[in-house]
Write a protein that binds this ligand. Structure first.
Ligand code: SF4
Ligand code: SF4
Length: 376
């Protein structure tokens, strides 16, 4: 039987973090699972180059606690690697991303990857995607520890363990997947196949400060004070989504995992599982169309959301905070954005509503508006 562990941690304090991380690793007996002399890869969320205070990225003190624990159990070869979102690395060096996210000090204790050479890795036989091009730091590791930040996400509603692995794909190949799979269900099926291909050995989630509202990069920080872990990333994501009280149907990565029978029903839960939310998580605006429907059941609300999403789509609308940095223009997988008369202009006819533009915007300059779908 698989397991989830949940432990409370009130703040990013090194002693408290080390204590919680140790309990997570011991709960799953990770020490016995790491081969002697293994290359261990830590995969945090470094989607953008923002300070940890924004709660966009995995907190560096959390990753530091994982590194300290690994060192104490004798692991020497530790690499931290993630490939940021969209076109960020065309505008910035990876060293700058590590500096701005507060990760640079970790170079004393682990390798901080700056090499995004990649190769094709075959996916499971029944996959739509027969292989994935994955950065070598991930594909050459002997043991992969996935360290996501728990956030809302304007496309997949919630992002945790499965979605975090999208950063194993190099640079602009990520927006290309949005162009290939514009429908959220197809895109999420791809994410699940990618997770089956990467096969993380262990996932430990930073949910001490999370993001709610219009995540993954421009939502609001919220204190939750929790950490989650499991060796089964698919079941863990389903557990977290249910724990948050979010209808599973809203989270297409969980629905896709269930369709593939990857979510176990009989998992053991250990730790501080008695915790309950004081108030509901604020979902991204695209998932709130039925919020005024009162006390309808989740099933009725989900059906209403589906009907609404058949007619409406989330479109970006740039606000006065835009500084014309062009990150969204270069990242957009459909070339739907251009600069005209010192303004970002959207071509609604080709926009697929993936909101990669919002994800890479450093200035929260992208408002999301539900509008009637434009015929393509
Ligand atoms: S919307 Fe954001 S990413 Fe796009 S040009 Fe303006 S500031 Fe840059
Ligand atoms: S403009 Fe449309 S297609 Fe381009 S990144 Fe934004 S939402 Fe996606």
């Amino acid at each position: 039987m698989g397991k989830y562990a949940v432990y409370k941690v009130e703040k990013y304090d090194d002693t408290a973090l080390y204590d919680a991380v140790s309990r997570h690793f011991e709960a799953h007996d990770i020490k016995s699972k790491i081969p002697a002399g293994a290359k261990v890869l830590l995969k945090p969320n470094l989607v953008v180059d923002k300070d940890a205070a924004f709660s966009v990225t995995t907190n560096p003190r959390f990753v530091y606690a994982v590194i300290r624990y690994l060192k104490n159990i004798g692991v020497e070869d530790i690499t931290v690697a993630d490939c940021p979102g969209g076109a960020l690395l065309l505008f910035s060096e990876m060293e700058t991303v590590y500096r701005k996210t507060g990760y640079s000090f970790l170079s004393e204790f682990a390798k901080l990857n700056t090499d995004f050479e990649s190769k094709d890795i075959n996916s499971p036989e029944d996959s739509v995607n027969k292989n994935f091009n994955i950065i070598n730091a991930v594909s050459e590791a002997d043991f992969i520890i996935n360290i996501p930040k728990l956030k809302t996400h304007n496309m997949t509603c919630i992002t945790a363990g499965v979605k975090n692995l999208f950063g194993c794909i190099p640079g602009l190949q990520k927006p290309a997947f949005h162009a290939k799979y514009p429908a959220v269900n197809d895109f999420s099926n791809m994410l699940v196949e990618l997770a089956q291909t990467v096969k993380p050995d262990f996932t430990i989630v930073d949910a001490i400060d999370i993001m709610e509202g219009d995540g993954p990069t421009n939502g609001k920080k919220r204190h939750l004070g929790l950490t989650f872990s499991s060796c089964d990333v698919f079941s863990m994501d389903a557990y977290i989504v249910n724990f948050l009280g979010v209808p599973e149907d809203f989270v297409a990565t969980v629905s896709a995992s269930r369709k593939k029978n990857l979510v176990q029903e009989d998992m053991e839960i250990i730790g501080d599982a008695d915790f309950s939310l004081e108030k509901p998580i604020l979902l991204p605006s695209g998932f709130n169309a039925t919020s005024g429907f009162g006390k309808l059941t989740a099933k009725v609300k989900t059906t209403a959301e589906k009907l609404i999403s058949a007619v409406f789509m989330s479109y970006p609308q740039m606000n006065e905070k835009c500084v014309l940095c062009k990150k969204c223009v270069v990242t957009c997988p459909k070339n739907a954005l251009s600069i005209e008369n010192k303004k970002i202009v959207l071509n609604k006819k080709v926009c697929i509503g993936c909101l990669c533009c919002d994800e890479v915007c450093p200035n929260a300059a992208v408002d999301i508006r539900k509008k009637i779908k434009t015929q393509r």
